[in-house]
Design a protein around this ligand. Structure first.
Ligand SMILES: [Zn+2]
Length: 181
């Protein structure tokens, strides 16, 4: 699978039509490979290291809740499920309203994808990536300004006071185009 294969892999859902489910079958096969890859020991260690850098103080989540959140977001990569079940879990904590839960759930699913890109890219000898942002009205000016910039994996930029790579910021839809030597 190409490095971008998973980035553009269509999310599958139990609510899809039979035709869509059929079309998604190869993606599900990749899903089980992805699950194996992401549960491999070295991968898990690096994943934990990267995901632990994010702060949840605005949400008052405890350690156990944050771990569960990370675990659900990681799983969303190979199950291909949408972020709604992550939002459901967040709302069940009683600490987030629907809007915040949905925003954080989308963010965590995106972060999981960004971290997966980073680990795979680093393993393939990449030292960095080109930041890509959408040009639409929903994209913050500070994120638009990042478009086209080369970022080293080992030095995530600070944007609006928050440190993180493309796709890891709250509500961020930007993504990384890894560069290889
Ligand atoms: Zn962004």
């Amino acid at each position: 699978m190409s490095i971008f294969g998973f980035l553009f892999r269509t999310a599958t859902s139990k609510n899809n039509s039979p035709a869509e489910r059929k079309a998604a079958k190869p993606a599900q096969t990749m899903g089980s490979e992805l699950k194996r890859e992401m549960n491999e020991r070295e991968f898990s260690i690096r994943y934990k290291e990267l995901v632990s850098k994010f702060s949840y103080e605005n949400y008052d989540l405890n350690k156990e809740e944050i771990e569960k959140l990370h675990s659900l977001a990681k799983q969303s990569r190979w199950t291909g499920e949408r972020s709604s079940y992550i939002a459901k879990f967040l709302m069940e904590t009683g600490k987030l309203d629907k809007e915040d839960a949905e925003l954080l759930a989308r963010t965590e699913a995106s972060r999981a994808g960004s971290i997966l890109t980073q680990i795979r890219s680093e393993r393939a000898g990449s030292t960095g990536y080109v930041w890509r942002s959408h040009k639409d009205a929903r994209t913050r000016a500070s994120h638009k300004a990042m478009n086209g910039k080369f970022i080293r994996w080992d030095s995530p930029p600070t944007i609006d006071g928050v440190i993180g790579h493309a796709g890891t910021h709250l509500g961020c839809r930007c993504f990384a185009m890894p560069k290889f030597p």
